[in-house]
Ligand binder design. Structure first.
Ligand code: PMP
Length: 393
Protein backbone atom coordinates (compact mmCIF):
# COMPACT_ATOMS: atom_id res chain seq x y z
CA UNK A 1 0.00 0.00 0.00
CA UNK A 2 2.61 2.55 1.03
CA UNK A 3 4.64 2.16 -2.13
CA UNK A 4 1.88 4.18 -3.79
CA UNK A 5 2.99 7.22 -1.81
CA UNK A 6 4.68 10.02 -3.70
CA UNK A 7 7.52 12.14 -2.34
CA UNK A 8 6.30 15.38 -0.75
CA UNK A 9 7.95 18.66 -1.69
CA UNK A 10 10.00 19.76 1.32
CA UNK A 11 8.49 22.68 3.25
CA UNK A 12 10.44 25.71 2.04
CA UNK A 13 10.56 27.48 5.38
CA UNK A 14 11.72 24.37 7.22
CA UNK A 15 14.41 23.80 4.56
CA UNK A 16 15.51 27.42 5.05
CA UNK A 17 15.88 26.88 8.83
CA UNK A 18 18.24 23.94 8.15
CA UNK A 19 20.24 25.96 5.62
CA UNK A 20 20.58 28.84 8.11
CA UNK A 21 21.70 26.49 10.90
CA UNK A 22 24.41 25.04 8.65
CA UNK A 23 25.76 28.49 7.63
CA UNK A 24 29.05 29.09 9.52
CA UNK A 25 29.05 32.91 9.09
CA UNK A 26 28.97 34.70 12.45
CA UNK A 27 27.09 37.74 11.12
CA UNK A 28 24.26 35.84 9.39
CA UNK A 29 20.75 37.24 9.78
CA UNK A 30 17.65 35.03 10.15
CA UNK A 31 14.48 36.66 8.85
CA UNK A 32 12.94 33.36 7.78
CA UNK A 33 10.79 31.42 10.18
CA UNK A 34 7.65 33.12 11.55
CA UNK A 35 8.33 33.29 15.27
CA UNK A 36 8.83 36.42 17.36
CA UNK A 37 12.39 37.02 18.51
CA UNK A 38 13.76 39.46 21.07
CA UNK A 39 16.91 41.58 20.66
CA UNK A 40 19.02 38.55 21.63
CA UNK A 41 17.36 36.40 18.98
CA UNK A 42 15.41 34.37 21.56
CA UNK A 43 11.74 33.47 21.47
CA UNK A 44 10.87 34.05 25.13
CA UNK A 45 8.18 32.45 27.26
CA UNK A 46 5.78 35.27 28.21
CA UNK A 47 6.18 36.15 31.93
CA UNK A 48 2.47 35.84 32.73
CA UNK A 49 2.37 32.44 31.02
CA UNK A 50 5.32 31.24 33.11
CA UNK A 51 3.56 32.37 36.30
CA UNK A 52 0.29 30.78 35.21
CA UNK A 53 2.18 27.60 34.42
CA UNK A 54 3.71 27.46 37.90
CA UNK A 55 0.32 28.05 39.55
CA UNK A 56 -1.25 25.45 37.29
CA UNK A 57 1.38 22.87 38.25
CA UNK A 58 0.67 23.48 41.92
CA UNK A 59 -3.12 23.49 41.62
CA UNK A 60 -3.75 20.70 39.12
CA UNK A 61 -4.76 17.46 40.81
CA UNK A 62 -5.78 15.30 37.87
CA UNK A 63 -5.13 14.83 34.18
CA UNK A 64 -8.46 13.25 33.46
CA UNK A 65 -10.45 14.39 30.40
CA UNK A 66 -12.21 17.73 30.43
CA UNK A 67 -14.77 18.72 27.76
CA UNK A 68 -14.80 17.87 24.05
CA UNK A 69 -15.41 21.50 23.16
CA UNK A 70 -12.49 22.57 25.38
CA UNK A 71 -12.08 24.80 28.43
CA UNK A 72 -15.12 27.07 28.81
CA UNK A 73 -13.20 29.88 30.53
CA UNK A 74 -10.63 29.82 27.73
CA UNK A 75 -13.28 29.89 25.00
CA UNK A 76 -15.24 32.78 26.49
CA UNK A 77 -11.99 34.64 27.27
CA UNK A 78 -10.90 34.34 23.65
CA UNK A 79 -14.30 35.42 22.40
CA UNK A 80 -14.07 38.54 24.55
CA UNK A 81 -10.50 39.23 23.45
CA UNK A 82 -11.42 39.02 19.77
CA UNK A 83 -14.96 40.34 19.67
CA UNK A 84 -15.35 42.37 22.86
CA UNK A 85 -19.07 42.31 23.60
CA UNK A 86 -20.12 42.11 19.94
CA UNK A 87 -22.80 39.47 19.31
CA UNK A 88 -21.73 37.35 22.30
CA UNK A 89 -24.93 35.24 22.39
CA UNK A 90 -24.65 34.33 18.70
CA UNK A 91 -21.08 33.01 18.82
CA UNK A 92 -20.23 29.32 19.12
CA UNK A 93 -16.63 28.73 20.17
CA UNK A 94 -14.47 25.62 20.30
CA UNK A 95 -10.93 25.05 21.49
CA UNK A 96 -8.58 24.00 18.71
CA UNK A 97 -5.08 22.70 18.11
CA UNK A 98 -3.40 26.02 17.30
CA UNK A 99 -4.71 28.49 14.76
CA UNK A 100 -4.15 25.83 12.11
CA UNK A 101 -6.55 23.50 13.93
CA UNK A 102 -9.14 26.30 14.12
CA UNK A 103 -8.91 26.87 10.36
CA UNK A 104 -9.19 23.15 9.73
CA UNK A 105 -12.21 22.71 12.01
CA UNK A 106 -14.05 25.68 10.52
CA UNK A 107 -13.43 24.61 6.94
CA UNK A 108 -14.47 21.07 7.85
CA UNK A 109 -17.66 22.56 9.29
CA UNK A 110 -18.24 24.38 5.98
CA UNK A 111 -17.61 21.17 4.06
CA UNK A 112 -20.07 19.28 6.29
CA UNK A 113 -22.81 21.76 5.45
CA UNK A 114 -21.86 22.77 1.91
CA UNK A 115 -19.40 20.41 0.17
CA UNK A 116 -19.62 22.55 -2.98
CA UNK A 117 -18.48 25.71 -1.20
CA UNK A 118 -15.64 27.67 -2.76
CA UNK A 119 -13.02 29.23 -0.50
CA UNK A 120 -11.42 32.44 -1.72
CA UNK A 121 -7.89 33.29 -0.60
CA UNK A 122 -5.86 36.47 -0.95
CA UNK A 123 -3.05 36.36 -3.48
CA UNK A 124 -0.61 35.85 -1.83
CA UNK A 125 -1.52 34.18 1.44
CA UNK A 126 -0.11 31.84 4.08
CA UNK A 127 0.62 28.66 2.05
CA UNK A 128 -1.12 26.41 4.57
CA UNK A 129 -4.47 27.95 3.63
CA UNK A 130 -4.34 26.40 0.17
CA UNK A 131 -2.96 23.15 1.60
CA UNK A 132 -5.84 22.76 4.07
CA UNK A 133 -8.51 23.72 1.54
CA UNK A 134 -7.06 21.24 -0.95
CA UNK A 135 -6.78 18.49 1.67
CA UNK A 136 -10.44 18.92 2.57
CA UNK A 137 -11.37 18.67 -1.10
CA UNK A 138 -12.97 22.12 -1.16
CA UNK A 139 -12.79 24.26 -4.27
CA UNK A 140 -10.67 27.37 -4.07
CA UNK A 141 -10.39 30.72 -5.79
CA UNK A 142 -8.03 33.57 -5.23
CA UNK A 143 -8.59 37.30 -5.16
CA UNK A 144 -5.99 39.94 -5.94
CA UNK A 145 -4.74 41.64 -2.80
CA UNK A 146 -1.20 42.99 -3.01
CA UNK A 147 0.13 45.67 -5.35
CA UNK A 148 3.70 44.55 -6.11
CA UNK A 149 4.61 48.07 -7.19
CA UNK A 150 3.45 50.09 -4.17
CA UNK A 151 3.59 47.14 -1.72
CA UNK A 152 0.17 48.25 -0.43
CA UNK A 153 -3.22 46.55 -0.64
CA UNK A 154 -4.63 46.78 -4.17
CA UNK A 155 -8.14 47.37 -2.91
CA UNK A 156 -9.62 48.19 -6.30
CA UNK A 157 -8.51 44.79 -7.62
CA UNK A 158 -9.64 42.98 -4.46
CA UNK A 159 -13.08 44.55 -4.69
CA UNK A 160 -13.35 43.78 -8.39
CA UNK A 161 -12.50 40.11 -7.81
CA UNK A 162 -14.81 39.73 -4.82
CA UNK A 163 -17.65 41.20 -6.87
CA UNK A 164 -17.87 37.69 -8.34
CA UNK A 165 -18.54 36.02 -4.95
CA UNK A 166 -21.98 35.09 -3.67
CA UNK A 167 -23.84 32.60 -1.48
CA UNK A 168 -21.79 29.40 -1.14
CA UNK A 169 -18.54 31.35 -1.27
CA UNK A 170 -16.28 31.67 1.77
CA UNK A 171 -13.95 34.67 1.74
CA UNK A 172 -10.81 34.13 3.79
CA UNK A 173 -9.42 37.39 5.18
CA UNK A 174 -6.45 38.06 7.45
CA UNK A 175 -7.72 39.85 10.56
CA UNK A 176 -4.57 41.97 10.85
CA UNK A 177 -0.83 41.67 10.12
CA UNK A 178 -1.25 39.99 6.73
CA UNK A 179 1.09 37.04 6.19
CA UNK A 180 3.23 37.26 4.05
CA UNK A 181 2.87 40.87 2.87
CA UNK A 182 2.39 43.05 5.99
CA UNK A 183 -0.13 45.17 4.01
CA UNK A 184 -3.50 45.48 5.75
CA UNK A 185 -7.05 46.66 5.15
CA UNK A 186 -8.12 49.98 6.64
CA UNK A 187 -11.23 50.11 8.80
CA UNK A 188 -13.08 51.78 5.92
CA UNK A 189 -12.10 48.86 3.66
CA UNK A 190 -13.35 46.36 6.26
CA UNK A 191 -16.66 48.22 6.19
CA UNK A 192 -16.74 47.97 2.39
CA UNK A 193 -16.09 44.22 2.43
CA UNK A 194 -18.84 43.98 5.03
CA UNK A 195 -21.22 45.87 2.71
CA UNK A 196 -20.33 43.40 -0.05
CA UNK A 197 -20.92 40.39 2.23
CA UNK A 198 -24.35 41.78 3.12
CA UNK A 199 -25.27 42.60 -0.48
CA UNK A 200 -23.82 39.47 -2.13
CA UNK A 201 -24.37 36.86 0.58
CA UNK A 202 -20.86 35.42 0.85
CA UNK A 203 -19.51 34.13 4.17
CA UNK A 204 -16.51 36.01 5.61
CA UNK A 205 -13.86 33.92 7.37
CA UNK A 206 -11.27 35.86 9.37
CA UNK A 207 -7.95 34.20 10.15
CA UNK A 208 -6.78 36.14 13.21
CA UNK A 209 -3.34 34.80 14.15
CA UNK A 210 -1.53 38.02 15.15
CA UNK A 211 -3.83 40.07 17.40
CA UNK A 212 -1.64 42.54 19.30
CA UNK A 213 1.26 42.47 16.82
CA UNK A 214 0.02 45.31 14.59
CA UNK A 215 -1.49 48.45 16.14
CA UNK A 216 -2.42 46.95 19.54
CA UNK A 217 -4.84 44.36 20.93
CA UNK A 218 -7.95 46.53 20.56
CA UNK A 219 -6.96 48.35 17.34
CA UNK A 220 -6.10 45.07 15.61
CA UNK A 221 -9.59 43.75 16.36
CA UNK A 222 -11.39 46.82 14.97
CA UNK A 223 -11.96 45.33 11.50
CA UNK A 224 -13.20 41.95 12.68
CA UNK A 225 -15.48 43.60 15.28
CA UNK A 226 -16.90 46.06 12.78
CA UNK A 227 -17.71 43.16 10.49
CA UNK A 228 -19.12 40.94 13.25
CA UNK A 229 -21.43 43.73 14.42
CA UNK A 230 -23.13 43.85 11.00
CA UNK A 231 -23.06 40.46 9.27
CA UNK A 232 -25.51 37.66 10.14
CA UNK A 233 -22.81 35.01 10.05
CA UNK A 234 -19.04 34.66 9.86
CA UNK A 235 -16.17 32.41 10.87
CA UNK A 236 -13.12 33.38 12.96
CA UNK A 237 -9.97 31.32 13.60
CA UNK A 238 -7.68 32.59 16.35
CA UNK A 239 -4.27 31.44 17.49
CA UNK A 240 -2.45 31.82 20.82
CA UNK A 241 0.87 30.87 19.21
CA UNK A 242 2.16 34.40 18.66
CA UNK A 243 0.48 36.74 21.13
CA UNK A 244 0.77 34.30 24.06
CA UNK A 245 4.01 32.80 22.74
CA UNK A 246 2.49 29.31 23.04
CA UNK A 247 3.67 28.01 19.67
CA UNK A 248 4.45 24.43 20.65
CA UNK A 249 1.57 24.05 23.07
CA UNK A 250 -0.79 24.23 20.07
CA UNK A 251 -3.66 26.34 21.28
CA UNK A 252 -6.26 28.36 19.41
CA UNK A 253 -10.00 28.85 19.13
CA UNK A 254 -12.55 28.40 16.35
CA UNK A 255 -15.57 30.72 16.44
CA UNK A 256 -18.77 30.69 14.44
CA UNK A 257 -21.04 33.73 14.44
CA UNK A 258 -24.57 32.56 13.62
CA UNK A 259 -27.89 34.27 12.79
CA UNK A 260 -29.46 33.26 16.11
CA UNK A 261 -28.40 31.84 19.49
CA UNK A 262 -30.25 28.62 18.57
CA UNK A 263 -28.17 28.19 15.42
CA UNK A 264 -25.03 28.93 17.45
CA UNK A 265 -25.96 26.02 19.74
CA UNK A 266 -26.18 23.76 16.66
CA UNK A 267 -22.79 24.98 15.43
CA UNK A 268 -21.31 24.32 18.84
CA UNK A 269 -22.65 20.77 18.84
CA UNK A 270 -21.20 20.09 15.39
CA UNK A 271 -17.80 21.51 16.38
CA UNK A 272 -17.87 19.20 19.39
CA UNK A 273 -18.42 16.29 17.02
CA UNK A 274 -15.61 17.54 14.74
CA UNK A 275 -13.24 17.76 17.73
CA UNK A 276 -14.25 14.19 18.58
CA UNK A 277 -13.25 12.83 15.20
CA UNK A 278 -10.19 15.05 14.74
CA UNK A 279 -8.52 14.41 18.10
CA UNK A 280 -11.26 13.80 20.69
CA UNK A 281 -10.42 16.07 23.65
CA UNK A 282 -8.31 19.12 22.78
CA UNK A 283 -4.95 19.49 24.57
CA UNK A 284 -5.64 21.28 27.84
CA UNK A 285 -2.35 22.76 28.95
CA UNK A 286 -2.17 25.91 26.81
CA UNK A 287 -5.89 26.59 27.23
CA UNK A 288 -5.61 26.44 31.01
CA UNK A 289 -2.72 28.92 30.95
CA UNK A 290 -4.46 31.39 28.62
CA UNK A 291 -7.67 31.08 30.67
CA UNK A 292 -5.85 32.07 33.83
CA UNK A 293 -3.93 34.92 32.19
CA UNK A 294 -7.14 36.34 30.73
CA UNK A 295 -9.15 36.00 33.94
CA UNK A 296 -6.57 37.20 36.50
CA UNK A 297 -6.37 41.04 36.27
CA UNK A 298 -2.71 41.25 37.37
CA UNK A 299 -1.54 38.50 35.01
CA UNK A 300 -3.57 39.96 32.21
CA UNK A 301 -2.08 43.43 32.72
CA UNK A 302 1.43 41.99 32.72
CA UNK A 303 0.73 40.01 29.54
CA UNK A 304 -0.70 43.09 27.81
CA UNK A 305 2.39 45.11 28.80
CA UNK A 306 4.82 42.46 27.56
CA UNK A 307 2.92 41.99 24.29
CA UNK A 308 2.92 45.75 23.80
CA UNK A 309 6.70 45.77 24.28
CA UNK A 310 7.05 43.11 21.56
CA UNK A 311 4.83 45.10 19.22
CA UNK A 312 6.71 48.34 19.81
CA UNK A 313 10.04 46.60 19.27
CA UNK A 314 8.88 45.38 15.83
CA UNK A 315 7.57 48.83 15.02
CA UNK A 316 10.86 50.51 15.89
CA UNK A 317 12.74 47.94 13.78
CA UNK A 318 10.41 48.83 10.91
CA UNK A 319 11.05 52.56 11.19
CA UNK A 320 14.77 51.96 11.80
CA UNK A 321 15.14 49.88 8.64
CA UNK A 322 13.03 52.27 6.56
CA UNK A 323 15.19 55.18 7.79
CA UNK A 324 18.43 53.30 7.02
CA UNK A 325 17.13 52.49 3.54
CA UNK A 326 16.10 56.10 2.93
CA UNK A 327 19.67 57.17 3.74
CA UNK A 328 21.22 54.41 1.63
CA UNK A 329 18.90 54.66 -1.39
CA UNK A 330 18.50 58.41 -1.15
CA UNK A 331 14.75 58.18 -1.70
CA UNK A 332 11.63 56.93 0.04
CA UNK A 333 10.88 53.82 -2.00
CA UNK A 334 11.27 51.56 1.06
CA UNK A 335 8.95 53.57 3.32
CA UNK A 336 6.32 50.84 2.92
CA UNK A 337 8.32 48.85 5.50
CA UNK A 338 7.36 51.43 8.14
CA UNK A 339 3.75 51.49 6.96
CA UNK A 340 3.32 47.71 7.06
CA UNK A 341 2.20 46.07 10.30
CA UNK A 342 2.84 42.78 12.04
CA UNK A 343 5.74 40.40 11.95
CA UNK A 344 6.15 40.30 8.16
CA UNK A 345 6.79 42.51 5.18
CA UNK A 346 7.15 41.44 1.61
CA UNK A 347 10.24 43.22 0.39
CA UNK A 348 9.53 42.73 -3.31
CA UNK A 349 12.90 41.14 -4.16
CA UNK A 350 13.12 38.65 -7.01
CA UNK A 351 14.09 35.03 -6.20
CA UNK A 352 17.54 35.78 -7.64
CA UNK A 353 17.94 38.81 -5.34
CA UNK A 354 16.78 36.76 -2.34
CA UNK A 355 19.42 34.17 -3.23
CA UNK A 356 22.13 36.85 -3.59
CA UNK A 357 21.21 38.29 -0.19
CA UNK A 358 21.69 34.81 1.29
CA UNK A 359 24.83 33.86 -0.61
CA UNK A 360 26.68 37.21 -0.54
CA UNK A 361 25.44 38.73 2.72
CA UNK A 362 24.19 35.85 4.90
CA UNK A 363 20.69 37.41 4.99
CA UNK A 364 17.99 34.73 5.06
CA UNK A 365 14.40 35.35 4.05
CA UNK A 366 11.68 33.23 2.44
CA UNK A 367 11.93 32.91 -1.37
CA UNK A 368 8.97 35.25 -1.99
CA UNK A 369 11.04 37.89 -0.06
CA UNK A 370 8.93 37.73 3.09
CA UNK A 371 11.01 39.17 5.92
CA UNK A 372 10.41 38.41 9.58
CA UNK A 373 10.83 41.89 11.04
CA UNK A 374 11.51 40.47 14.53
CA UNK A 375 14.67 38.89 13.07
CA UNK A 376 16.24 42.25 12.15
CA UNK A 377 19.50 42.99 14.00
CA UNK A 378 18.81 46.41 15.54
CA UNK A 379 22.51 47.39 15.62
CA UNK A 380 23.16 46.49 11.97
CA UNK A 381 20.29 48.03 10.06
CA UNK A 382 22.72 50.10 7.95
CA UNK A 383 24.52 46.92 6.92
CA UNK A 384 21.22 45.42 5.84
CA UNK A 385 20.25 48.55 3.94
CA UNK A 386 23.55 48.49 2.05
CA UNK A 387 23.05 44.82 1.20
CA UNK A 388 19.49 45.43 -0.09
CA UNK A 389 20.61 48.28 -2.31
CA UNK A 390 23.71 46.36 -3.48
CA UNK A 391 21.60 43.56 -4.96
CA UNK A 392 19.64 46.09 -7.00
CA UNK A 393 16.54 46.58 -4.87
N1 PMP B 1 -2.72 31.82 10.07
C1 PMP B 1 -1.65 32.50 9.69
C2 PMP B 1 -1.81 33.56 8.64
C3 PMP B 1 -0.41 32.23 10.24
O1 PMP B 1 0.66 32.92 9.84
C4 PMP B 1 -0.31 31.22 11.23
C5 PMP B 1 1.03 30.91 11.84
N2 PMP B 1 2.08 30.75 11.00
C6 PMP B 1 -1.46 30.54 11.60
C7 PMP B 1 -2.65 30.88 11.00
C8 PMP B 1 -1.54 29.45 12.61
O2 PMP B 1 -0.53 29.21 13.45
P1 PMP B 1 -0.57 28.10 14.58
O3 PMP B 1 -1.26 26.89 14.05
O4 PMP B 1 0.86 27.85 14.89
O5 PMP B 1 -1.32 28.69 15.73
Amino acid sequence: MFSKLTAQAPDKIIALIAQYAADPRGDKVDMGVGVYKDAQGRTPIIRAIKTAEQRHWEAETTKTYKALIGDGVFISGMRGLVLGDVAADRVAGAQSVGGTGAIYTLLDLVRTIEPQARVWMSDPTWPNHAAIIGHLGLASRSYRYFDAETREVDFEAMRADLAGAGPGDVILLHGCCHNPTGANLTLAQWEEITDMALAQGFLPFVDFAYQGFGDGLEADAAGVRAMASRVPQMLIATSCSKNFGLYRDRIGAAMVLCETPATAALARGTMETLNRVHFSFPPDHGAALVASVLSDPALRADWVAELEGMRLRMLSLRTGLADALRREANDDRFDFIARHRGMFSRLGASPAQVERLRAEHGIYMVGDSRMNIAGLPEDRLDHLARAFVSVGL
